[in-house]
Design a protein around this ligand. Structure first.
Ligand SMILES: Nc1ncnc2c1ncn2[C@@H]1O[C@H](COP(=O)(O)OP(=O)(O)O)[C@@H](O)[C@H]1O
Ligand SMILES: [Mg+2]
Length: 245
């Protein structure tokens, strides 16, 4: 599903986050949003996911305006279409990992017998093989974050919003999750919009935007960001800036 944004404007009191944003997010790929803390990335995701209203402007899903829907229509659309990976994770801590995933599958067309298989596949791809029966609340922060990602993917929605989904992960798991999101976007043709602070993660994708000064611009990172990040890994450079000495 394609998302178009037209003239989107949002403030909280005297705090102007963005004004007159225009952009498009395409299906079948991961679209990355970079930007400093407090620049309005989470607020933008919430507006795109229809959890919050803009002050002006509109959001279109496949050309249909969705910012003016009645409450009941809105709820139905969100339930059928929107998956969300929250920055603060939000698992049901008293439930098992399986139960968390099965709840997300409630509105899918998957047969009961397929649900367990889908859950096992997702957990394995998230590096959580054999975690299904563990209680979510007993896991580490990074494990919980990966369960939250598997859960969002289990919902099989056309739109997936991910708010810093690799924030609590080490580099190996961050790349594992990055590949998983990329695979799902390509195979299922869903639209993923991901906020990240990691240039290594962002450099993996070609559709990149940067939130700055109340505007969302195509990101001007150089094409060889990946090369730079490889150098960074080897201690030569950090975030594309050469380290002295
Ligand atoms: N519901 C709200 N009420 C008032 N201010 C808010 C609300 N949500 C976010 N803000 C403010 O808007 C700014 C941008 O927040 P946010 O969208 O979370 O930024 P980011 O995700 O880029 O860090 C912050 O200064 C934050 O305090
Ligand atoms: Mg945020």
């Amino acid at each position: 599903m394609r998302i178009d944004v037209k003239g989107l404007t949002k403030s909280f009191g005297s705090r102007h986050l963005f004004s007159n944003l225009n952009c498009s997010f395409k299906p079948g790929q991961v679209n990355v949003i970079l930007g400093e803390s407090g620049s309005g990335k989470t607020t933008l995701l919430n507006i795109l996911a229809l959890f919050e209203q803009p002050d002006a402007g509109k959001v279109l899903y496949d050309g249909r305006e969705v910012t003016n829907l009645k409450k009941s229509e809105l709820r139905k659309l969100i339930r059928s279409t929107v998956g969300y990976i929250y920055q603060d994770i939000r698992l049901f801590e008293n439930l098992s990992v399986y139960e968390n995933l099965f709840l997300a599958m409630k509105f899918t067309e998957l047969e009961r017998s397929q649900r367990r298989k889908t859950a096992d596949e997702l957990l394995e791809k998230a590096g959580l093989k054999d975690y299904g029966n563990k209680t979510a609340g007993t896991l580490s922060g990074g494990e919980k974050q990966r369960v939250a990602i598997a859960r969002a993917l289990a919902g099989g929605k056309k739109l997936l919003f991910a708010d810093e989904p690799t924030g609590a992960l080490d580099e190996e798991n961050a790349m594992r999750i990055t590949e998983l999101l990329n695979d799902v976007a390509q195979k299922n043709g869903c639209t993923i919009i991901m906020v990240t602070h990691s240039l290594t993660v962002a450099g993996r994708f070609s559709s990149r935007f940067r939130m700055a000064g109340g505007q969302l611009m195509e990101d001007a990172l150089t094409k060889n960001t990946l090369v730079k990040n490889t150098l960074a890994k080897n201690g030569v450079m950090k975030d594309g800036v050469e380290i002295e000495g």
